[in-house]
Design a protein around this ligand. Structure first.
Ligand SMILES: *[C@@H]1O[C@H](CO)[C@@H](O)[C@H](O)[C@H]1NC(C)=O
Ligand SMILES: *[C@@H]1O[C@H](CO)[C@@H](O)[C@H](O)[C@H]1NC(C)=O
Length: 412
């Protein structure tokens, strides 16, 4: 038996010598058994390595991002926490009292307000944004480019749909900038190029010292009453970040309240620069909404996934498959199959899996609720052609939700 075992492994030097001494003492024999067993074990290890390592490498290739994100609490310290300023508001409290609650004085006249955005293709969100801010804004400033941040040629969506925004026309400073179309460049370079151009456009719009300037992406919408407060009160901080409720795909999926990039500035000529990074420690609580990837059509999702500065997150082509995208949106899962970007294990684990639906539509942009019919329809018949609308997702009633899921199975 021993010999048979050894014979099976003819190339095995140790085993051969062991087999040669088959008739040696008992202790030698048991030693040799051990060596044979070890040798067999080595081969198994080798086999496991041969099969296992490629699988492991493949798994890391597929899920590497997840591994690094999960270990983030180890390799990255959280940024310095913001100083959160309490935010007081009720529609029936006078401005004088609201300013006083914040420790500020009320002004004789409000400041002028400039709302400046870089526009890509978020027409619906822009409509909601401008209607929300319209009563308080003196000048809308919008810049669009024929290039995405990633250097893909794009249509001038705003220009083509300008008539839809007639209500803002008399207060609009519109600018168009040609893309540079540099191949293989970091998307953040084109992005900052466009922000510098926006800086120029704000000046052309006629901004002067102490006017309020809102710096935010189109989908970061300050609530109207927040801007009203900041324009009416004296002594508000020179720069203030706005804490926004973070939604994904629609106002159905409330992620958290950690959006902070939007900011409001009391303009200082020569000093204020249009930026989208952290510029101060002050953060005004509960100041609006950030609805990421809130689009009507699957094609808009695909466009945004390819166009925005985190294009490296498309690690596999199938991420752009319309059916997959539709499924992900219905589930409230992640478009890029990523783990939550958090700094503690507790928070990462708490956020794993699909986002739970919220059933509150209290304190949403007024225009969204006023245009309820327009924003809720699951529009399956448009021009005789089947198409999907994700407006069903903007609304939160259960039956509406079911209506929306009729959408499943259609490719838009
Ligand atoms: C709020 O103010 C309006 C008009 O000033 C008044 O009609 C209404 O009764 C007030 N509501 C509350 C709850 O005080
Ligand atoms: C982008 O716009 C600029 C300025 O109008 C123009 O010169 C350029 O040809 C355009 N590029 C493309 C690819 O359309």
């Amino acid at each position: 038996m021993e010999a048979g075992y050894c014979n099976r492994k003819k190339t095995d030097g140790i085993c051969e010598s062991v087999c040669d001494s088959e008739f040696g003492s008992k202790s030698v024999l048991s030693m040799s058994r051990l060596k044979c067993a070890l040798r067999g074990f080595d081969l198994r290890v080798l086999l496991i390595l041969l099969i296992g390592v490629p699988i492991l490498i493949f798994a890391i290739y597929v899920h590497g991002q997840k591994v690094t994100y999960f270990l983030r609490p180890i390799w990255e310290k959280p940024p310095k926490p913001f100083t959160i300023l309490p935010h007081y508001y009720h529609e029936n409290v006078s401005m004088g009292n609201l300013c006083k609650l914040h420790g500020w004085k009320v002004r004789e006249t409000p400041r002028r307000v400039f709302d400046a955005v870089l526009f890509s293709n978020e027409l619906d969100i822009l409509d909601i944004r401008w209607h929300e801010l319209s009563p308080y804004v003196s000048e809308f400033v919008l810049l669009e480019s024929n290039s995405t941040f990633t250097g893909i040629k794009k249509d001038l969506h705003f220009k083509e749909n300008r008539q839809r925004f007639g209500f803002a026309e008399s207060r609009l400073t519109y600018g168009m900038i040609g893309g540079r179309f540099v191949k293989g460049e970091n998307p953040f370079v084109e992005e900052s190029y466009q922000r510098v151009a926006l800086d120029q456009l704000i000046k052309i719009a006629g901004i002067t010292d102490d006017d309020l300037l809102i710096m935010s992406d189109v989908d970061e919408i300050p609530s109207g009453h927040t801007i009203d407060l900041l324009r009416w009160c004296d002594d508000v901080p020179e720069i203030l970040h706005l804490q926004l409720r973070n939604y994904l795909y629609s106002f159905q999926f409330l992620l958290d309240d950690k959006s902070w990039r939007a900011s409001v500035h009391r303009y200082r000529a020569g000093k204020t620069r249009y930026a989208h990074f952290r510029q101060t420690d002050d953060l005004l609580a509960d100041s609006g909404w950030h609805c990421s990837f809130c689009f009507r059509y699957i094609n808009d999702f695909i466009f945004k996934m390819k166009a925005y500065s985190h294009v490296d997150r498309i690690r596999f082509k199938y991420f752009l498959n319309p059916k997959r995208i539709q499924h992900v949106i219905c589930e409230g899962a992640d478009l890029f199959d990523m783990l939550p970007e958090e700094y503690t294990f507790q928070e990462i684990i708490a956020k794993l899996g699909p986002i739970p639906s919220t059933f509150s539509a209290v304190h949403l942009p007024a225009y969204l609720l006023e245009q309820f019919d327009r924003y809720r329809l699951v529009d399956l018949q448009a021009g005789g052609k089947k198409r999907c609308s994700f407006y069903g997702r903007w609304w939160l009633v259960r039956s509406e939700l079911r209506g929306f899921c009729v959408c499943e199975g259609f490719v838009c």
